[in-house]
Design a protein around this ligand. Sequence first.
Ligand code: ATP
Length: 235
Amino acid sequence: TSASPLLAVRGLNAWYGEGHALHGVDLEVFAGETVTLLGRNGVGKTTTLRAIMGLIRRRTGKVVFDGADLMRLPLHRTAHQGIGFVPEERGIFSTLTVDENLVLPPVVAPGGMSVEEIFDLFPNLKERRNSPGTRLSGGEQQMLAIARMLRTGVKMLLLDEPTEGLAPVIVQRIGELLATLKQRGMTILLVEQNFRFASRVADRFYLMEHGKVVAGFPTGELADRMTLLHEILGV
Ligand code: ATP
């Protein structure tokens, strides 16, 4: 189709001090897609998400989201564009309750969900609404971190290993949540080590090696790509 991607990343480079972590990442995500970045530890998956958001100061290349050039925007303006990052460590306020965490995001754009809508989507969070973040399970913390982003009205979520450290039954719940968000039109770029989970939720995959995307393919081609995945990931 001639539709342009919601997120387009071209030739993205990033450095930690002198350490050159990304070597020209190219990827694109179309509106409504769920796309998973795969790769071994240390290949630059997290760095890719951070560099897209502008959380890494030294970066070059092109990042366009919904028509806006994110390379030129300061971080706080990027958040206003409708793209939200949920880091692996989740970034919720552990001393505040669920309610307080949900009320806190200062940016509530058109399309942002009300606290009541959030609780319809996350009934388990409603039950825990007066619990402080420290009392939540890992799965509840992950749900809360995503819920906070939905409050702000984001069109796209960047999720870094949302299933990390979670029990299989909770991984299942996160998968159902992502499916519901997709039905509502959410666009998702996901870093994931849990290959089975990723193959359930993703429309497409990108494979990273040495700070670059080396392959991209739809989920339907997964079976044909197993040799490559076995070589690169050992799955
Ligand atoms: P993992 O799943 O282990 O997080 P990853 O694919 O997400 O792996 P990154 O975390 O993006 O990989 O790391 C890419 C490279 O950048 C690695 O070589 C890593 O050691 C380096 N790196 C990551 N964070 C920092 C940092 N804060 N300072 C310096 N180097 C870093």
